[in-house]
Write a protein of this length. Sequence first.
Lengths: 234, 454, 340
Amino acid sequence: MSYLIGEKLTGGYGGADIIKDCTLSVDKGEIAVVVGPNGAGKSTAMKALLGMLNLRGGTVKLDGRDITGMSPQQRVAQGMAFVPQNKNVFVSMTVEENLEMGAFLRRDDITETMEQIYDLFPILKTKRRQVAGELSGGQRQQVAVGRALMTQPSVLMLDEPTAGVSPIVMDELFDRIIEVKRSGIAILMVEQNARQALDIADKGFVLVTGENRFTDTGEALLANEEVRKSFLGG
Amino acid sequence: MTNSKRATISFSIMALMLMIVGFGQSWNVALTIINLCLISAVMSMGLNMQWGYAGLFNAGVMASTAIGGLTAVLISYSPVTKAWSVGGTSLTATLISLLVTIIAGVLVWKKMPKGSKRSWSMTAVVLTGYGFMRFFYEQATSAIEAVDPAKTGFLGGLGLPILFSWLAGGVAAAGLAWLIGRIALGLRSDYFAIATLGISEIMISILKNEDWLSRGVKNVTGLERPVPYEVDLQQTEWFINMVHWIYGTAEDGSPASAAALREAMQLSAGVVVKLCYSALFIVVVLIILGLATRALNSPWGRMMRAIRDNETAASAMGKDIISRHRQVFIIGSAVIGISGAMLTTLDGQFTPGSYIPLRFTFLIWVMVIIGGSGNNLGAIIGAFITWFVWIEAEPASIWLVSNLDIFLAETSPLRLHLQEVAPHMRMILMGLILVLVLRFSPKGILPEKAPDHY
Amino acid sequence: MDYSTDLLNALVLITNYVLIPSISYGSQLALGAVGVTLVFGILRFANFAHGEMMAFGTMATIFITWWFQSMGVSMGVFPTALLALPFAILITTLLAVVIDRSIFSFYRTSKSPPVTFVVASVGVMFMLNGLVRILIGTDEIIFRDGQKFLIKAGAFKKMTGLSEGLALKQTQVLTFVLAVIAVMALFWFLQRTRTGKAMRAFSDNEDLALLSGINPERVVLVTWVIAASLATLAGVLYGLDKSFKPMVYFHLLLPIFAAAIVGGIGQPLGAILGGYVVAFSEITATYAFKKFIKYISHGDFAPEGLTQFLTTEYKFAVSFLILVLVLLVRPTGLLRGKVL
C-alpha cells in the first residue's frame, strides 16, 4: 500500500469523463512521474488526487486514510502540496512573502523551513526582497516549488514544472527535486519531457486517453520498446 | 410551465391589476400608468437587445433617453429666428473651428513622425483650436441666450410634426451610441458599465447647462401634441355626443346634473387623449416587438447569443466581436432613443433636471432582469410590473403610514417624518425585487428560450 | 507694487482656490477609491453601491453626532462628528457584512460571473438609497461644529499685507491628516500583517491563495470591514468639508471609479494617486484663471473672459474625460493594475 494512492479514478470537469479507472500512487522518498501524449489527462489525474475534480468513481487515500471527500484546502492541511503549471507564484509579492504565504496554515516558527529552502535554492535568498513577477522563468519555478515546500508537506505534486524553461534550467530543477525526494517527501510529477523525467523517476505511469497504459519503474519504462516507440520518439 | 402559459398568466394578472387601479383609483391614473408602461416597454426592449441578446452592460440608458427627448424638442419646436440671426454666425464659426481643429489634428497625427515633437504640435493644435472655439462659442451662446430669455433664449427647433421625432430620436441615439461605442466597446463589462454611466452623466450635464440648445434647466414646455387637446375635444361634436350617449343627457336641466356632466366631459376628455397616446404607443411597441423577435430568431440573433455565451469560442471562429457588439449597441440605443422621444412627446415638455440614473438607467435594468433577460415579451412584462410597482408603491406606502393611527398619534414627529419619506419606499422595494429575482429566479419571469441550435 | 508681490499674490491665489481644495477633495476621493479598488481586487467586481455606502456611513455619523450634541457631549474645537465616527464605522461595517452574507456570498459560492455581482450591487444601491432617504430625508444637512477656520482670509491679508487672502478650514486639515493616518494604517496592515498579506495574495492569485490554505471567506470579510470603514471616513470628511446630501453622494461614485481606474484597479496606492489626479484635474479645469493671469503678467494682460477651461457645472465630466484618456492610452492605469 503506497503512501498516496488514487485508485480507479473516473471523472471530469462536469462534462464527459476525462480520466477512466486511472490509478496513480507514490511513496515517501520516491519520485513518481506521469507521462503521456497531449490530452491524455495527465494533469487532470493529478488534480483528481488533489480534489479539484468531480469524481464519479474511485478513492484517494493518504497514509491509509480515505480523503476522497475532502476539499483541496483540507488536503493541503493534511500534508499535500501542489505546484500548478501556470500562475504558480504571487507575482506582485516578494519572494519571501511568497514563501510566507506557502506557510500560511502554519502557526509555528517558519524561519528554519525558510532557511532550508534558501539552502535548496540559494538564488532565492539573494532575491528574497524582489517581487516574484520580475524573476526569470526558472527562478519563478523555484519560488513556486519553495512556496509549496513551506507547508512541510509529505507529498509534493508538480504539474509540468519544466514547461517553458531551458534544458539547463530543467536539469538544475530536476537535481533539486531529487534533493527534495531524499528528505523523505513523496513526489508526484506530470511531465512533458518524458525521457528526462523518467530518467529520475522511481516509478512511471504512462497515460493514454485517461487510462493507464503502462506502469513500471522509470528504468523499465525507458527500456520498454513499445513505450520508447510510441511515447519517447524512438 | 411553458413560456406561453407563463406569458398569458402574467399579462392577465397585470391587466387585472391595472383594472383594479382603473376602478379603484381612476381610469385616468390607470391610463397614465399604462402609457408609461408602454414607453418603459420600449426602453426595456432596447436594453434587452444589448444585455439579453449580447450581454453588454450598458449603464448609460439615460443618455439615449435624453437624446431622444432632446430630438423631440429640436424637431417639433418652431425655430427661433431671432436667435439664429444673432448667434448663427458665431455658432457656425465655432463649428468651423471645431472641424479645422479636427482636420489639423488628424493631419499632424498622420503626417508627422512619432515622437515628442508630434505630441507638442498636437497639444498646440488642440489648445489653439479650443481657444478659437471657446471664443466664438461664448459669443454665440451669450447672444442666443439673451434673446427673450424668459420664453426662448435658445435656437428652437425645426417646427416639424413631433411624431417625426420618434424616428429622428432613434437615429440621434444611434449616432450617440456609435460614438460611445468607439470609446467604450471592447472593455471588460465592469469598465463598460462605468464608462457608459459616465457618458450618460456628461450628456445630462450638457443638457442642463447648454441653455442655447434646449434652455437647460429652464426646461422647454408646451411642445406640440400628436393628439387632440382636452379643451378642443370638449368642443367637438362627436365627443359631446359620445359623452351624452354614455352618461345620458342633462335634459332635466338641474344644475347638479349639468355639473356632473361637465365633470364627466373633463374626465372623458382626459381618458380619450390618453387612449390616443396609448394607441400610438402600442403601435410602436408592436412594431419593435415584431422586429426584435425576428432579429432574435435570425442567424444574426443566434450569433449574438453565441458571442454572449462564449466570447473566446466565438472569436476563435472568426467572429469580429467588437463590431457585432457595436451593431447591437447601436440598435438597442436607437430603440431606447425612440422611447425617449415618446416620453417627451407624452410629457409635452423637456426637463433635463428630471433625468437621473436611478430612474432612467437602473430602473430599466430592473425591468429587463425581472422580466427575463433575452426574452422580448419578458422585457415588456418586466416593464409593466416594474413601472406599476414604482408608481403604486408611493400611494401604497402612504396608505400604510396613514393606517398607523393605532400606534402613532396624528402629530407624532415620527409619523410626519414617515409620511414625508414614504415615497422612498419604492427604492427599497425595487432593490429588494431585483436582488430577490436575481437570487431565486435569475432567468426572470419569462426565461429566454433555449436556442434550438447554434 | 512690484512684481514679486504680484507673484506672491498669484501663488496665494492658486493655493487658496486650487491647491488646498484639491488636496482635501483628493483625500476624500482617495479614501473612497481605495475601498472600491480593494473590493475589486478581492471580490472582482465594481461595486456600484459604494457611494450609497458612504452616504449610509455619513448618515449614521450624523445621527450619533446629534445624539451626542443633545447630551451636551462635544469635542471643543473639533467637530463632534469625529467622536461619532468610530461608532458609525462599526454600524456601517456591520451593514456591509450583513449585505455580503445575505446577497453577495451566494454568488461567490455559485461562482457567478462578475457581471452578476455588479447587477446585485445595483440592487443594493437601490436599497441603501431608499434606506438613507427614509431615515434622514433628502435635505442638505450641515453637521459641522467646533472651530471653522484655522486661518481666515481677512487675518491672512492683514498679516501678510497681500491683497489675496488665504483661508484654511479646519476640516481641510482634518481631512488630510485623517486620510494620511488611515492610508498609513492600511498599508501597514497590507504589508506587515498576516491577514493583510493574505489579502494581497488572494487579490494576486486566487487559486494559489486557496492552495496555500488562505481562507477566502475571512479575506472577504476583512475586505468589507476595511471598505466600509474607509467609505464612512471618506463620506464623513466630505460631509464635514461641504455638507451631506444623499444625491451628491450617489454622484461621487463616478469620480471615485475614475480615481480607482486611473490609478490601476486593484492597486490601493494607485487609487490614492488617482484620487488626487482626479481632484486636481477637476478643480484646475474648472478654475477661472483670469485673476491669476493678471497677477502673473503684472497687470499687463487681463483676459476678458474668466479663462476657464470648462464651466464649473462640468466638474464631473473632467473625471470622466481622464478616465477615458487612461482607458485609451494606458488601460492598466498609472500603477499597472489588473488588465481588464
